[in-house]
Design a protein around this ligand. Structure first.
Ligand code: PLP
Length: 360
C-alpha cells in the first residue's frame, strides 16, 4: 500500500506513535478496564490524565507559575467573544493587527462587544506580509493588543513576539508548540487543538492570573475564564478524550527533545518546501513575502491554474492528501505541522518537481 502523507490544515495529521498508543489503550487504559471515553472526568484515572497533560505542557512551553492552563471547548472561535467579555470593560478598546482571514474573523466578532482599533493591516497587498511594528498606530485608550501568530489560510507567520505595554493576546491555533517561546510576554494565549495539539473539540488557553476575575457582569458562566480556572477546567464535563490524546502528544514532543529540537525539524521541513517552490522557475509561486512565510502552512499556486486539478489528482494517487488550498484563496496549501515527518515533505517535493517537469 502507498504510504500516505496528510497535509490537512486541521483537523490535521497526528503522530503515528500517539495513534498506536491510543489504539493499544483504547479498551483498557492502564489496566482500568475502561476506555478514557468511558471514565468519569472526576475519577482518579482521568484526574491523573489531565494533571499529567498540564504538567507536560508546562514543561514544554516553560509556562510560569502565575499562568493558568485551561482545557476548554468552543474552539478558538469562542475566544473572539470571551476576550472582550472577560478582559475589557463595557466601553473598552482593543488594538488589533490584521494579517488575514483569522484576524478578520476575530475583529468582526470582538466588535460586538468592544471598540476594536485596527492598528496595522496587510490587506493592501492581499495579506502577504506582517506590517512592521514601527508602523503600528497603537491607540492610547486600548488596554489589550491582539494578533494572530500564524494565519493558517494565508500562510503568514510572525517571526517574533510583538512588544506591548498592554497585555498581549494571541491566537496561536496553528503555530503553538512549533517552536520555543517566552510565555511571560503574553497576557493570554489560546489555540484550537486540531493542528499541533490533538483532536478537534479541545481548545487550550494559557492566561496570566492577574487578568482573571474581571469579567463583565453579563458574561455567560461557560465563557468566564475565571470560572474555568477556579474549577481547574472541570466546571462542566471537559472534552476528556481530546485531553487524553493531547497529553500523549505532549509526551511525544518531550521525547523528541522538546521544542528546541522540534523547531529545528520544522525549519528543515519548511525550507525544503520553499526551496522547491523557488527552484521551479516560476512554475510554482508562494504568495507570501519571504520573511513572513509560515513554517506550518505553505500556500502555493501553480502558474497555470488549469493544472490544479491534475496536480491534486496526481498527488492523491501518490498518497499525498488534502493539498487543496482554502476555498477563499484557491491554489494549494501544504500544512506541515509537528506530526508531519520530514519524509512526507521530501515525497511532496519530489512529486512537485516531477509534476513541473512533465507539465512545464
Ligand atoms: N484561528 C486560527 C489561526 C485557525 O487556524 C482556526 C481554525 O482553523 C481558528 C482560529 C478557528 O478555530 P476553531 O475552528 O477551533 O474555532
Amino acid at each position: 500500500m502507498t504510504q500516505i502523507y496528510n497535509f490537512s490544515a486541521g483537523p490535521a495529521v497526528l503522530p503515528r506513535e500517539v495513534l498506536l498508543t491510543v489504539q493499544q489503550e483504547l479498551t483498557d487504559w492502564h489496566g482500568s478496564g475502561m476506555c478514557v471515553m468511558e471514565m468519569s472526568h472526576r475519577g482518579k484515572e482521568f484526574t491523573q490524565i489531565i494533571h499529567e497533560a498540564e504538567a507536560d505542557l508546562r514543561k514544554l512551553l516553560g509556562i510560569p507559575k502565575n499562568y493558568k492552563v485551561l482545557f476548554l471547548q468552543g474552539g478558538a472561535h469562542l475566544h473572539f467573544s470571551m476576550i472582550p467579555l472577560n478582559l475589557l470593560p463595557e466601553n473598552g478598546t482593543i488594538d488589533v493587527v490584521n494579517t488575514g482571514h483569522w484576524s478578520k474573523i476575530a475583529i468582526k466578532e470582538m466588535k460586538r462587544f468592544a471598540k476594536v482599533n485596527v492598528i496595522a493591516s496587510s490587506e493592501d497587498r492581499n495579506f502577504s506580509y506582517v506590517p512592521a511594528e514601527s508602523t503600528w498606530q497603537r491607540s492610547k485608550e486600548a488596554s489589550l493588543l491582539h494578533y494572530c501568530a500564524n494565519e493558517t489560510i494565508g500562510g503568514v507567520e510572525f517571526a517574533d513576539i510583538p512588544k506591548s505595554e498592554v497585555p498581549l493576546i494571541c491566537d496561536m491555533s496553528s503555530t503553538i508548540l512549533s517552536r520555543p517561546m517566552d510565555v511571560s510576554k503574553f497576557g493570554l494565549i489560546y489555540a484550537g487543538a486540531q493542528k499541533n495539539i490533538g483532536p478537534s473539540g479541545l481548545c487550550i488557553a494559557i492566561i496570566r492570573e492577574d487578568l482573571l476575575g474581571k469579567s463583565r457582569a453579563n458574561t455567560p458562566t461557560m465563557m468566564d475564564y475565571s470560572v474555568h480556572a477556579d474549577a481547574e477546567s472541570m466546571y462542566n464535563t471537559p472534552p476528556t478524550f481530546g485531553i487524553y490524546v493531547a497529553g500523549l502528544v505532549f509526551k511525544w514532543l518531550l521525547n523528541q527533545g522538546g521544542l528546541v529540537a522540534v523547531e529545528q525539524k520544522n525549519i528543515e521541513k519548511a525550507s525544503l518546501l520553499y526551496e522547491t517552490i523557488e527552484a521551479s522557475n516560476g512554475f510554482y509561486h508562494c504568495p507570501v513575502d519571504k520573511p513572513f512565510r509560515s513554517r506550518m502552512n505553505v500556500p502555493f499556486n501553480i502558474r497555470n491554474e488549469k493544472l490544479d486539478d491534475d496536480f491534486l489528482a496526481g498527488a492523491k494517487a501518490a498518497g499525498l492528501l488534502q493539498l487543496k488550498g482554502h476555498r477563499s484563496v484557491g491554489g494549494m496549501r501544504a500544512s506541515i505541522y509537528n506530526a508531519m515527518p520530514i519524509e512526507g515533505v521530501r515525497v511532496l517535493c519530489e512529486y512537485m518537481r516531477t509534476f513541473a517537469k512533465s507539465h512545464g
